[in-house]
Design a protein around this ligand. Structure first.
Ligand code: GLN
Length: 454
């Protein structure tokens, strides 16, 4: 009830939730009470969570914040949310996001932008919460839920977490099932939690993760008790600092935060080593080929026949065209155009195939670091703090917005786990995050090191 009251009081201003499921929440909470009374509580019994609108929730608003999915209520539940409910969690509602998870500011949502609960000291200007999981991050930061599900294809968990002073982990590709999570770029998409603390993150990820026969890319490996890793000494761990992340034009505050993080880890007994990940600079351009290519294929299913919106036409082709023209926002249309272009017969080898080769090289850079004994890598999470809504500079060219992903996309391209941990503030009092990148399926080490930074 306290969280529903908070939502009632603050959601009008923040626009974090696009649907609130109060009645359902009360029913689930009642069932939790009964289980608690019988001593049968699950790991998340009675914990109220918000769910990103990308996860299919049975009978409940699931539209990826797109106009084209108007009115869609799935007949099935995503595996990740089913896992959470099985452990006793309670759903408060569905959270705002960039349309089909394409964006870094939550400004591409059909439901309007989300407002970051943080403002610059002494300023009235509204800031973005980051994206695409902007609703998830804002809701957690403003205490409109205890934790939220999110997804990360190129940074959509870690960048909004950094912008709102919350913890966001993208686990290893395959750790969580993608079944029932609306697809953006299937070879990059992963679900993960956004929470207030590292401990909450560890608890929630354990619950979300599972192998699943319905997603053949989910991996059959035991899910460790991540909570046990928290507070464990980092003495002797080797932490890599990649030279290539020191990019041109990086604000001095970000560089200083990175140096502080290095010092904290040194003080805690970790060994800091300089490393090189030479193909880093190709990650962003390669991502913006691979992700739109997969998106153009995944989004072909929205045709006005099977789901949501239908705009009538003179014949079926005209109906497809009118529905897709009206139903997709401009960023989604841009991605479909880029994607179909790079996949077209004449350009496939020059763009898509080449980007896939670059992807192998990026992965090899990381493999080499691990082979040299590096246990984890420390970088900034974002190249800036939260920026203003409708910021003219950010919108002058789509590539400006794509630059937000410069530190995060390599992790998705290589399938690795990455966490953003709140690490300080800029001179205006806005939160900043540091990112830790780990070996495949070694989320434990990220929680262990993250708890030193937190
Ligand atoms: N900002 C990136 C994009 O727009 C990443 C989005 C995501 O991780 N879902 O593609």
């Amino acid at each position: 009830e306290a969280f529903l009251d908070n939502i009632e009081a603050a959601n009008g201003a923040l626009n974090a939730y696009v649907a609130v499921t109060g009645d359902q929440a009360r029913e689930m909470a009642k069932a939790s009470d009964e289980k608690l009374a019988k001593g049968e509580a699950g790991a998340l019994e009675g914990i109220p969570l918000g769910i990103k609108d990308l996860f299919a929730t049975k009978g409940v608003h699931t539209q990826a914040c797109s106009h084209i999915l108007d009115g869609f209520k799935p007949a099935y539940e995503s595996t990740v949310t089913a896992n959470l409910w099985a452990d006793g969690a309670v759903m408060l509602g569905k959270l705002n996001m960039d349309e089909f998870a394409m964006g870094s500011s939550n400004e591409t949502s059909h439901y309007g932008n989300v407002i970051n609960p943080f403002r610059k000291a002494g300023s009235n200007q509204d800031l973005v919460p980051g994206g695409s999981s902007g609703g998830s991050a804002a809701a957690v930061a403003a205490r409109l839920c205890m934790g939220a599900t999110a997804t990360d294809t190129g940074g959509s968990i870690r960048q909004p977490a950094a912008f709102t002073g919350t913890v966001g982990i993208k686990p290893t590709y395959g750790r969580c099932s993608r079944w029932g999570t609306i697809a953006f770029a299937s070879s990059l998409d992963q679900a993960g939690p956004i929470t207030q603390t590292i401990r909450d993150s560890a608890i929630m990820l354990k619950s979300m993760a599972s192998v699943d026969a319905k997603d053949t890319t989910s991996v059959d490996m035991p899910v460790p008790d991540y909570e046990k890793a928290i507070g464990k000494s980092v003495k002797g761990l080797k932490i890599g600092i990649p030279a290539e992340y020191r990019i041109d034009g990086m604000p001095s505050e970000i560089e200083e935060l990175w140096q502080k993080g290095i010092q904290w880890l040194k003080d805690a007994g970790a060994e800091i080593v300089d490393i090189t990940l030479p193909h880093t600079k190709y990650a962003l351009p390669a991502y913006y080929i691979v992700a739109p290519a997969e998106a153009s294929s995944n989004l072909a299913r929205y045709d006005g026949v099977r789901y949501g919106l239908r705009v009538p036409g003179t014949d079926i082709a005209d109906m497809y065209e009118s529905t897709r023209a009206a139903g997709f926002g401009s960023e989604v249309q841009r991605r479909i155009l880029i994607g179909t272009y790079v996949l077209s017969a004449g350009y496939y080898d020059a763009y898509y195939l080449k980007a896939q080769k670059v992807r192998s090289l990026i992965k090899r850079d990381f493999d080499l670091a691990w082979a040299n004994g590096v246990d984890a890598i420390l970088t900034p999470a974002t190249p800036s703090a939260a920026f203003g809504i409708a910021d003219q500079d950010m919108h002058s060219d789509p590539v400006k917005m794509y630059m937000q992903d410069v530190f995060t996309v390599t992790v998705n391209m290589a399938g690795l786990p990455g966490i953003s941990v709140p690490a300080g503030c800029d001179k205006n009092g806005l939160p900043l995050g540091l990112q830790l990148i780990g070996k495949p399926f070694d989320e434990e080490t990220l929680f262990q090191i993250g708890s030193v930074i937190e």
